[in-house]
Design a protein. Structure first.
Length: 254
């Protein structure tokens, strides 16, 4: 069963109210979900709100520590104000999803492959603002994963070959996808090859269909030195997929 803010409300309330936390404050037994050898999984309040009307599904591997810190800081402040937990879950998603250079790179690449044109919007920047009802962001593993206290990148161990981590894909990610209205037609955008490999596996298992999976989209991190090369190599194919193989409209909310 998925762990949520209801389970960790008391642990979060023990934290001081801050804009961000240190690893020493969050990577503790109070937030540890489970571990296997060097792999440790900790609670993050980032992936609880689900936008069931979304048409675009941007998929990462796991919330990094900064997302974990930002979302829990949001939860701590809102809990102190007495905000309803369901509203806090949305605020944690909104505050913790892609920001800074990663968001900038995602928007730039999506516009270059004409997703904005397919959606009939000026720029995919609108997906993070006035048109955010079209977008759902999610992680294959809903919680933060660390290897030796460092963010897990999908490699060493390889995600698709690690049963301990893959169980979260089957127990959480698939349920979340299927909770979306008309989920068979949602456009799936995996960020990077590690996520794409998992979705290709799900496609082979007929859990998702080939006409909804955008392949070749690089991880948007500025630390990904191959990002621009990979994007140039796949740009034409991705643009063709977006313009010719999907049918999206945003004239009104679903």
């Amino acid at each position: 069963m998925k762990k949520t803010l209801y389970d960790y409300k008391n642990a979060i309330m023990k934290l001081p109210i801050k804009d961000k936390y240190t690893k020493e404050e969050l990577i503790t037994k109070d937030f540890l979900i489970e571990k296997s050898n060097k792999i440790e999984i900790y609670y993050a309040s980032h992936n609880e709100y689900i936008n069931s009307n979304a048409k675009i599904f941007i998929i990462g591997i796991t919330p990094g520590f900064q997302q974990m810190s930002t979302s829990i800081a949001t939860a701590r402040k809102e809990l102190s104000l007495g905000t309803d937990i369901k509203d806090i879950q949305y605020k944690c998603k909104y505050s913790g999803r892609f920001s800074g250079i990663i968001r900038k790179n995602i928007i730039s690449m999506l516009d270059e492959i004409k997703l904005n044109k397919a959606l009939n919007i000026v720029s995919c920047n609108e997906l993070f603002s006035s048109k955010d009802y079209l977008l759902h962001t999610v992680s294959l593993i809903p919680y933060s994963v660390f290897i030796n206290k460092q963010n897990y990148s999908g490699h060493s161990p390889k995600l698709i070959k690690n049963n301990f981590l893959m169980k979260y894909v089957y127990e959480n990610f698939i349920d979340e996808l299927e909770s979306l209205h008309n989920h068979e037609n949602v456009l799936l955008i995996p960020l990077g090859r590690a996520v794409e490999e998992v979705l290709i596996k799900l496609k082979a298992e007929k859990i998702i269909s080939s006409n909804q999976l955008l392949q070749g989209f690089p991880h948007p991190s500025g630390a990904n030195v191959n990002r621009l090369t990979q994007f140039r190599e796949n740009k034409a194919t991705m643009t063709d997929f977006i313009l010719n193989k999907i049918n999206l409209t945003v004239s009104q909310r679903s």
